[in-house]
Design a protein around this ligand. Structure first.
Ligand SMILES: [Zn+2]
Length: 777
């Protein structure tokens, strides 16, 4: 008789519940879901199909990732990634050496590369690149094993990363290795991706980084603990490397011009040698460009000679020559590029005084110098100016111009004879002096000096005319005595010169004051509006797209940052698709100091993500969350975030999930410039905080109509730089203001009001602006 018959019905149910509880609580990996048949079994390929001589004499640098203080990821049963990377690397080195290659390991024991004054991870990684440089590697391969950030223990994907931006040899090499990893490890999930890892980004040689599989998967860990499986993985890398070299390695050598050579011809002959050790160069895949413009060339396949000549004379400056090629198997050569200078001597010179007639005070002279083709001579060439009093001044040419200044004190009675010389060419003029009081004082040359002198010269508006200061901050202009003058330069507050008592002086000075103490001057910020093009991101109930809201918010933020003197870059400035890899590449190329991803979600609250433990990303995220939390019940959260962009960007980065588009009301709010301006301003304040601007003054206020009802969406501009819009209750608020006088402008329809507000240190002022009758209808 069956024992079950002796259990009462209720007891059987309890037993079932207990059994299911035990199963649910168990923390063992879900083995049943994973089909491990065919994985790490035996190599699918026989070495006899490969020509091992292809790797003979090749210099291959193998970098077992991590080691010493850096164990890498630690697998569920305690295996350290650093150890397994090293064991695979030792097998691989052995195989390559037996085949006659020069295989160099960056480390052959459990060690790091820290030491005195070498305390950071980047020092450890740089040491590995130094080893590759010393070896003059043909290729570099870094061996790793991955960990799933989501603590998912079933992931086992093969990921092969190539040096981001190198679609030549690094990508070729990655594809070969990847193919053999996939074939021989038997893992069906896999992908090749651009990688921005330190050892790839800073590597001068073709470089890849293999995450052969995921060590966070306990079943994989069990396999990789066994030497035969480490050897099997090494074997897959080995076959990939052999296969890559079997396809041939094309080489480019530039014979002339010489690197950094200075040439006195405007159309230099370009000569290069293209070689390939196995199959030959593909004549259809050669490209030769000077300064990015392709040039026609002659290529002789019999001896590999490549010859070209610029079609028109090159300008006197630095030029870049770039040559790339592929062989007949499609393998790319390492692209070669050199810089050279064209430096033709001066053939023409012309001296121009500004203003044209001498007056008391500072006098400026401009000397233009050109070569025999009429092109400006090279920057940095020296021009000499001889003054009749015996002085000789010298100045360097920039854009074909040299500028001179001298104080002539009281204007002389006799004409001044001035001589300019560059090389062998000379020009002289007589400067006629005009007595001070002989001129109509209403319309005269005035001299304005703008300080501090900036790399990007300031703009001066006089009436309806624009002038730009010269590189030393000087500008001359002709104006009436009662002209209004306004000086503008990004990063500084606009400066006004108002005629005192209805009369401007002749010598004027503008001392500009930096915005936010100059804390953002020169800081490079990449703004990254999420999604775009076909990728809408979240879509609101009536169709508003996150991609659009992100872009507009980024644009407003960009304007604010530029006003404060930051150098701003965008991953996109229109509605188009940009891949994550492209965004990383743009960020790296821009040399950004910070990367800010702007997103609007489908649901959920505001949060700021940063890469775990990022030393600069985490404090930036804190600043952003603090600024975003202002005046809200639900404070913005800071989260660790392992998304691709935060992992791959070279600089500190944050992901800001601002508002969400979930409800129709929210959607309407988010597509209004009022919201976008306000959101951008919160991010701007966060960056001021992040870069140490601690002033706490503020001006807040409300805009009312003549019946004292709130007016929404009136434009309120602070100090001619930052514009907000009043919210639904008519309110606005500017923060982090230094003490002193601030200007407010309020615009609503055709109406404009101005208000000066003086605040002391840390003072918050409240103002009310009442619009006159008739403005609000
Ligand atoms: Zn690793």
């Amino acid at each position: 008789m069956n024992r079950l018959f002796f259990l009462s019905k209720s007891r059987a149910i309890i037993l079932l519940i207990l059994l299911s509880l035990i199963a649910g609580c168990a923390r063992s990996p879900r083995r049943v879901d994973q089909d491990m048949s065919g994985i790490f079994v035996s190599p699918q390929e026989s070495v006899s199909n490969f020509d091992l001589s292809a790797v003979r004499g090749k210099r291959i640098v193998i970098d077992p990732g991590h080691g010493g203080k850096f164990p890498g990821m630690v697998a569920p049963q305690g295996s350290r990634e650093a150890d397994i990377n090293l064991k695979v690397a030792l097998f691989l080195q052995n195989m390559l050496q037996e085949a006659g290659a020069e295989a160099v390991l960056t480390r052959s024991e459990d060690r790091d590369f820290l030491g005195q004054n070498r305390t950071k991870l980047s020092h450890d990684l740089q040491a590995r690149i130094d080893i590759a440089e010393q070896a003059q590697a043909d290729i570099f391969v870094s061996l790793h094993h991955n960990a799933s950030a989501e603590y998912d223990r079933t992931t086992r994907r093969i990921e092969t990363y190539y040096k981001m931006g190198d679609h030549g040899p690094s990508l070729d090499f990655a594809r070969f290795v990847h193919r053999h990893l996939v074939r021989n490890l038997g893992i069906p999930e896999h992908r090749v991706e651009p990688g921005n890892y330190y050892v790839l980004r800073n590597n001068p040689f073709p470089a890849i980084l293999g995450e052969a599989t995921y060590l966070s998967n306990p079943l994989i860990e069990e396999k990789l603990k066994l030497p035969e499986n480490q050897r099997l993985e090494a074997y897959a890398y080995f076959l990939g490397i052999v296969d890559y070299f079997m396809a041939g390695l094309p080489h480019i050598e530039i014979a002339s011009p010489a690197e950094n050579g200075r040439l006195e011809v405007a159309r230099p002959l370009i000569v290069a040698q293209l070689r390939d050790d196995r199959i030959g160069i593909d004549p259809d895949f050669i490209s030769l460009a000077v300064d990015g413009l392709p040039l026609p060339y002659r290529f002789d396949p019999t001896n590999g000679n490549l010859i070209a000549e610029p079609l028109t004379p090159l300008l006197n400056c630095e030029h870049k020559l770039c040559i790339s090629a592929r062989n007949l198997n499609g393998n790319a050569a390492v692209e070669r590029s050199i810089f050279f200078h064209i430096d033709l001597p001066a053939a023409r010179i012309k001296l121009t005084p500004v203003p044209p007639r001498l007056q008391s005070g500072l006098q400026s002279l401009c000397v233009d110098v050109a070569d025999r083709n009429g092109n400006p001579i090279a920057d940095g060439s020296l021009v000499y100016l001889h003054h009749p009093n015996g002085d000789t001044l010298s100045a360097a040419v920039s854009n074909g111009e040299a500028l001179f200044y001298f104080h002539n004190g009281e204007a002389a009675d006799d004409p001044l004879h001035i001589v300019a010389r560059c090389g062998t060419v000379v020009h002289s003029i007589d400067l006629t002096s005009i007595p001070f009081d002989a001129l109509d004082s209403d319309k005269r040359y005035r001299h304005l000096w703008v300080t501090p002198v900036q790399s990007e010269p300031a703009w001066v508006t006089v009436g309806a005319n624009f002038y730009q200061c010269d590189p030393n901050g000087h500008v001359w202009f002709c104006s009436a005595a009662n002209s209004d003058i306004r000086v503008c330069n990004p990063g500084y507050f606009p400066f006004h010169i108002e005629p005192a008592g209805g009369n401007l002086g002749f010598e004027l000075n503008a001392e500009l004051e930096p915005v936010a103490g100059g804390c953002l001057h020169g800081i490079r910020i990449m703004l990254d509006p999420e999604y775009g093009g076909k990728e809408s991101g979240a879509v609101g109930p009536t169709g508003a797209r996150a991609a659009d809201v992100n872009l507009k918010t980024a644009e407003f933020l960009g304007k604010a940052l530029e006003s404060a003197g930051a150098v701003v870059f965008f991953t996109r400035m229109e509605d188009r698709e940009v891949s994550l890899a492209q965004r990383v590449k743009l960020s790296a190329e821009s040399g950004a100091d910070r990367h800010i991803i702007i997103g609007h979600g489908e649901s959920g609250s505001i949060y700021v993500g940063h890469w775990p433990n990022s030393s600069k990303g985490a404090p930036l995220a804190q600043s952003v969350a603090k600024a975003m939390s202002h005046g809200r019940h639900n404070k913005a959260l800071v989260r660790e975030d392992t998304r691709y962009l935060l992992r791959q960007t070279a600089c500190a980065a944050v992901y800001v999930n601002m508002e969400n588009l979930a409800s129709p009301d929210k959607e309407i709010e988010l597509i209004s410039p009022a919201y976008q301006r306000a959101a951008a301003y919160r991010l701007f304040l966060a960056l001021l905080d992040h870069y140490g601007w601690n002033e706490t003054g503020s001006i807040s206020g409300e805009v009312l109509d003549h019946n004292r009802q709130p007016v929404a969406r009136a434009l309120v501009t602070l100090d001619e730089l930052f514009t907000l819009q009043s919210d639904a209750s008519g309110r606005f608020r500017f923060e982090r203001l230094g003490s002193g006088r601030h200007k407010l402008e309020i615009d609503y329809r055709q109406y404009r009001a101005k208000k000066d507000v003086e605040i002391g240190p840390g003072v918050s002022d409240q103002i009310t602006i009442e619009l006159p009758p008739g403005v609000v209808r």
